[in-house]
Design a protein around this ligand. Structure first.
Ligand SMILES: CC1(C)S[C@@H]2[C@H](NC(=O)CCCC[C@H](NC(=O)C[NH3+])C(=O)[O-])C(=O)N2[C@H]1C(=O)[O-]
Length: 349
């Protein structure tokens, strides 16, 4: 284990800063070669004042994208999917450009416009307008296709939730099941992820969970309890519920080679640079840390919840971090330092 030891004191300090910056609660769980450490600060519920527990469930937002990518990569291992085939080959007529391949979709290089840009331009009104709505995948895709594409297929990285709506359509076409069934049969059950559920279109998080609070755009305006929503705007792009324990289990299984073949994992980890410290593969982010370590996983931002879920390349060390607010860039940025504490140890910034 060449990594510096995790610095739990520094980690706790980062969580405290996130709470000072407006998150009602923040927590993290680190597993290092089987040794588990946790830290939690603040409350799960602002009304009752119940303390946030590291066992509380929460909405993981776009960490869902990694689950969706794993299902499709397993289908590639089963020779039911060719990553370099046109999406049109599997879903004829769905997309306006036959040059868009499955790999473009999973790597955010399709050029498909992100419909959430319009949907959440005004944070609270946008959320209130959709929080009880149920969309079909087709309706979400239609919202995207009203806009020109952001780039030619494969020409650039441009993050778009629309890509993982297409991923959901591919999963349902190729498995003949709802995405929920595919997640359960292929990931949740085999890994015994007992805190992990695909919650759509139901709005109630099962079991003990933290509430999530949306920060309004207007400074000083009261937080909005965003815990209950259909998440139908997100679905296979962001509707999974999980826990820090299950995210650690999931990422260490993925990076430890227990969910796909080595060849397919290699494809997932073939990265396109996003900026100087970040890159994106297939439903997977890589972050390059200050101590020269690269970690793999995904971030999540869904109303009321920010998540970071990352692991070392061999999956032997993993971190899951949650803050119970969103639309608060300071908190999102602060949480990045939990990666430094967990993987770079004392040398955290
Ligand atoms: C790239 C991200 C951070 S955003 C993307 C996805 N979440 C969304 O697309 C929802 C965006 C609106 C959420 C809302 N923000 C606003 O309404 C702003 N007006 C809030 O903060 O609650 C997710 O999750 N991803 C993260 C990822 O993949 O890392």
């Amino acid at each position: 284990n060449s990594l510096p030891k995790p610095d739990i004191t520094a980690l706790r300090g980062v969580l405290r800063t996130a709470v000072q910056q407006g998150a009602p609660g923040a927590m993290a769980r680190v597993v290092d070669h089987g040794t588990m450490r946790t830290a939690a600060v603040g409350v799960a519920d602002r009304t009752t004042g119940r303390a946030l527990a590291t066992t509380d469930r929460f909405r993981i937002g776009s960490v869902t994208k990694t689950f969706s990518a794993v299902v499709l990569l397993q289908l590639a291992d089963e020779k039911k999917l060719d990553l370099d085939a046109s999406v049109d080959h599997y879903l004829p007529g769905l997309l306006p450009d036959r040059r868009i391949t499955v790999r473009h979709v999973l790597g955010h290089r399709s050029g498909l416009y992100d419909y959430t840009n319009d949907m959440f331009a005004k944070t609270v009104p946008g959320f209130e307008a959709v929080r009880t709505k149920v969309f079909t995948y087709r309706q979400l895709l239609d919202r995207s296709l009203r806009h020109a594409r952001t780039n030619k297929p494969g020409a650039a990285y441009s993050y778009s939730n629309t890509n993982f709506v297409v991923a959901g359509l591919l999963i349902e076409k190729l498995t003949g099941h709802w995405v929920r069934t595919a997640y359960e049969k292929r990931i949740f059950k085999p890994l015994k992820l007992r805190d992990t559920f695909y919650l759509h279109p139901g709005t109630k998080i099962p079991g003990r969970h933290s509430k999530g609070y949306l920060t309004p755009d207007r400074a000083g305006a009261p937080l909005v309890d965003a815990t209950e929503q259909t998440a139908s705007w997100a679905q296979s792009a962001g509707a999974i519920i999980s826990s820090t324990r299950d995210l650690d289990t999931f990422l260490s299984a993925l990076l430890g080679g227990r969910l796909t073949s080595a060849a397919r994992l290699k494809q997932m980890e073939r990265m396109i640079p996003v900026n100087s410290t970040q890159a994106y593969g297939l439903g997977l982010r890589r972050r390059d840390l200050s101590c020269g370590v690269s970690v793999y996983g995904h971030t999540g931002a869904v109303q009321g919840y920010y998540t970071y879920a990352f692991a070392s390349k061999d999956g032997r060390r993993s971190l899951a971090t949650l803050a119970t607010t969103s639309n608060n860039g300071e908190v999102l940025n602060t949480l990045l330092a939990t990666l430094e504490s967990a993987f770079c140890g004392k040398r955290a910034k």
